[in-house]
Structure formats: structure tokens, C-alpha cells
Ligand binder design. Structure first.
Ligand SMILES: Nc1ncnc2c1ncn2[C@@H]1O[C@H](COP(=O)(O)OP(=O)(O)O)[C@@H](O)[C@H]1O
Ligand SMILES: [Mg+2]
Length: 243
């Protein structure tokens, strides 16, 4: 990926959790720009850690995070980055905190400086675009798992990000919501990176897939994306099928 296209990049990032002997990420380099990419890797390989470092939720022991070509400095720098990059947390309960759905979806725009009236309109528009208008006045913590996931996505989209990071978005989703999410993502004119073990989902929603393993990230050949119409065992590695 061309450097000037990158929205975010990490350079030589190493990260070791306190009390752990080995780094989760080891001098990792990667950039995310325009496009729709998938990230796959065994459990515990550092995928979530990678997203949290980009968002400034974890600070790497070594290396830099770049936002539009500049090194991100301090919390203020990450606040700017978070206006353009939205993270869909692995667990929707980490994302949602307002009493009602509408308040949760309006929170981002409000936080970005919109008036309460504007924020409400943006939130309503976002929910409408996702087919979630009916949920507007619902109590957030009483939503089903699938509804929570879609509302979480709405809370990010209402901030009109340039790049979305989605951490295992199909975990615990029923088949109907999973298909709905595929449709939503395909309808978005937006760049995103998706962490997932769900090959079929990645095949339907992304154009290229990378593997995170042993602290490093490598591209998985495009060819491996076709002919994947079956589910792979959880945590399996990408592989080629015979011609
Ligand atoms: N707060 C923490 N303290 C210590 N180890 C952690 C912590 N969070 C995650 N880890 C460990 O770091 C490794 C990478 O975690 P994570 O990035 O969540 O992996 P993935 O998302 O690929 O499953 C795992 O071995 C995990 O157990
Ligand atoms: Mg994870």
C-alpha cells in the first residue's frame, strides 16, 4: 500500500504486556489506507492488541503510530486520530453506555462538537440508514446481542469516520444479523479492517487478507480468498485449495 494513502500506520511496534516474558507484537510494520482488508490469526496472536495500539488505548514499548503520515503524539494526538478512525470493540458492552440507543448513537457527534439538535439528526439518519430506526428509544442494555452489535456500529458510523476497525464482529451473532452485517459493510463507501476467524465473512466483505502470527503480520495471497465457501475450524490458517 502506498504510504501517502495510509490513514494509519504502525512502524516497528513492539508490545509486551506487563509481567509477560515475550512480546505480543514484535517490531511490527503495517499500514491501513483505502480499501477493505481482513486480519486473521490464531487466538492470542495479538490482533486486538494491534487495534488497541492504533487507537492509543495501549502504548507500545517501542515504535510509532502514524496518522496521515505524522507521528501521533500523546493523548491529544490520539483524540484527533479517533475522530477519523472508529473501533468496533470485540464486546459490544465495552462500546455502549448510554441509557437509550438514540443517546448512544448521538454521543459521538455531540462529542465532536455538534449541537444537541444536529447530533440527534445525525444519529437518527445513521440508524435509519442501517435499518435500525425502530430501536431508537430502546434501552441499550436490554438489546439482544445482535442488536447491540449493529447499534455499536451505528455509534461509530454516526461520527463519519474515514476508517473502521472491526474486532471479530461476527462473534456470537445469529445468522440473520451476520448476513445483515455483510450487506451493511458491502454498502459502505468506507475503508475498513476486520479481525475475524470467519473466512466466509471475510471473503464476502474484504478484498485482501493478512495474517498476524508470532508478533508479525504478513499478506495472505489474494488467491486464497476464492473457493472459500466453507467454514474453517476456529483459528485455522489460510491455505490454498487445489486447482
Ligand atoms: N491485559 C493483559 N495482560 C496480560 N496479557 C494479556 C492482556 N491482554 C491480552 N493478553 C495476552 O496477550 C496475547 C494477545 O492478546 P490479544 O491481542 O487479545 O489476542 P487476539 O485478539 O489475537 O486473540 C494473548 O496471549 C493474551 O492472553
Ligand atoms: Mg481479540
Amino acid at each position: 500500500m502506498e504510504k501517502e494513502q495510509a490513514v494509519v500506520a504502525i512502524q516497528n511496534v513492539s508490545f509486551t504486556y506487563p509481567g509477560r516474558e515475550y512480546p505480543v507484537l514484535d517490531a511490527m510494520n503495517f499500514s491501513l489506507g483505502k480499501g477493505k482488508v481482513g486480519l486473521i490469526g490464531p487466538n492470542g496472536s495479538g490482533k486486538t492488541t494491534f487495534f488497541h495500539i492504533i487507537m492509543g488505548l495501549l502504548t507500545p514499548g517501542e515504535g510509532k503510530v502514524l496518522f496521515k503520515g505524522s507521528i501521533v503524539q500523546g493523548e491529544k494526538g490520539f483524540q484527533d486520530l479517533r475522530k477519523s478512525v472508529g473501533l468496533l470493540f470485540q464486546d459490544a458492552d465495552d462500546q455502549l453506555f448510554s441509557p437509550t440507543v438514540l443517546e448512544d448513537v448521538a454521543f459521538g457527534p455531540l462529542n465532536l462538537g455538534a449541537s444537541p439538535e444536529e447530533a440527534r439528526k445525525t444519529a437518527q439518519e445513521t440508524l435509519k440508514n442501517l435499518g435500525l430506526r425502530d430501536l431508537e428509544m430502546r434501552v441499550t442494555h436490554r438489546l439482544s446481542g445482535g442488536e447491540k452489535k449493529l447499534v455499536s456500529l451505528a455509534t461509530i458510523l454516526s461520527m463519519q469516520p474515514e476508517l473502521l476497525l472491526l474486532d471479530e464482529p461476527t462473534n456470537n451473532l445469529d445468522q440473520e444479523t451476520r448476513l445483515r452485517l455483510i450487506d451493511i459493510l458491502n454498502g459502505l463507501d468506507l475503508s475498513y479492517a476486520i479481525i475475524s476467524h470467519d473466512w466466509d465473512f471475510l471473503e464476502k466483505t474484504t478484498r485482501e487478507v493478512y495474517v498476524i502470527e508470532k508478533g508479525r503480520i504478513t499478506q495472505c495471497e489474494k488467491a486464497s480468498l476464492h473457493e472459500h465457501h466453507h467454514a474453517h475450524v476456529y483459528g485455522d490458517h489460510p491455505h490454498h485449495h487445489g486447482d
